[in-house]
Design a protein around this ligand. Sequence first.
Ligand SMILES: Cc1cc2nc3c(=O)[nH]c(=O)nc-3n(C[C@H](O)[C@H](O)[C@H](O)COP(=O)(O)OP(=O)(O)OC[C@H]3O[C@@H](n4cnc5c(N)ncnc54)[C@H](O)[C@@H]3O)c2cc1C
Length: 390
Amino acid sequence: MLEWLIIGGGIHGTHLSRVLTAQAGGDAAQVRVLDPHKEPLQRWRECTRNCGMEFLRSPLEDHIADDPLSLFIYRRDRGTHSTTHLGRTRGRAALTVFNDHADDVIRRSGLRDLRLVGRATGLTSVAGGLGVDSDAGRIEARRVLLAMGITEQLRYPDWVAALPAHHYDHVGAPGFDVAGVGAWEHCVVVGGAMTAAQTAVALSKSGSGEVTLLSRGELRCHDYDTDAEWIRPTGPARLADEPDFDRRRAIVESGRHPGSVTSSVEAAVTLAVGLGRLTHTVADVVAAEARPDGGVRLQFADRDSINADRLLIATGFDSRRPGGEWLDAAAEELGLPTASCGYPIVDEKLEWGSGVHVCGPLAELELGPAALNIAGARFAGRRLAAVEST
Ligand SMILES: Cc1cc2nc3c(=O)[nH]c(=O)nc-3n(C[C@H](O)[C@H](O)[C@H](O)COP(=O)(O)OP(=O)(O)OC[C@H]3O[C@@H](n4cnc5c(N)ncnc54)[C@H](O)[C@@H]3O)c2cc1C
């Protein structure tokens, strides 16, 4: 029986596999990460590549290594730590540097060796621990960490339901590669947040045809997607004095800036519009119609319709509790407590009950609005390092 099985090997599961290997006395044989992808961080790489993201939104301290200064030192030692660079990014890492650093950590720590390729489909109690059913077989562990994230839960505007699936793509869909979009006459990117804005700007630079960013409102500017106090190490402690989980939920939501963009991404949109490479249309679609040529016609209440031969949906991910049916069944069977919003009620070691621990969005009522961000993975690491080994 393993000491720890981590379900999900994205940024959270990968960072925490390092932390939990140390927690298990440095014995790598005691920890495994179950994920459908062979490579660590695959969903991160797909999503960030497809939107053409150049810089992270979060500070340099947020990465998958242990030492908060690790990425800063890595960047400095590779000669990219120039005054111009810093001025442009306000201390944020370029995506290429972040990914190279992550690869370095994964290689040096042997984190790829911890991976089991498969998808969890069930979680039950067994003598001395937990049993996880998966398409890679049954795995038993004393403790299980749920690190599934939300990036498989694609969010669509309601009107998309009227379109056949081959008339649009979601830029966050598993396996989608923006490079395969090919040539277009008019590409419409739907959404008003970071992914939509960056995707539209990146496509407008490729010069293949007309590009429209279609958002329901004007872009809203916030340099981070939560209030700054929530990404500080002291952030989660702000929830500790609140025993009412409905009020915790309200605090979590009020600390977030969903659907916002950084000032540099807003400036990139303004520049592309100013150069005539991008159109930014602020309007609400009331109906969508599939055209026989594979394109779409988008209709509005108060302006002319738009025809597009490429429709890219960039409206992000659904915030419902990750896991779906198998986790619903496990929560019921193991008697795991939930708040009225359906999210786990956990203790300070992020234990939901019976050796089941959580991180990422599943831990947001304990760690706050930044739980699903890279900062949240680091908060979870500090809590999980304190779990006593058996
Ligand atoms: C484009 C983009 C840019 C972002 N930029 C930033 C940023 O700059 N700073 C920041 O702090 N945050 C950022 N975020 C938010 C967040 O940090 C990322 O989404 C991050 O990848 C979340 O990591 P994760 O490990 O929770 O989830 P994921 O990367 O989604 O990994 C979860 C893994 O679990 C797997 N999984 C799901 N179900 C199962 C199952 N049943 N069994 C086994 N495995 C399963 C999935 O396949 C996936 O591989 C960004 C998000 C996006 C989409």
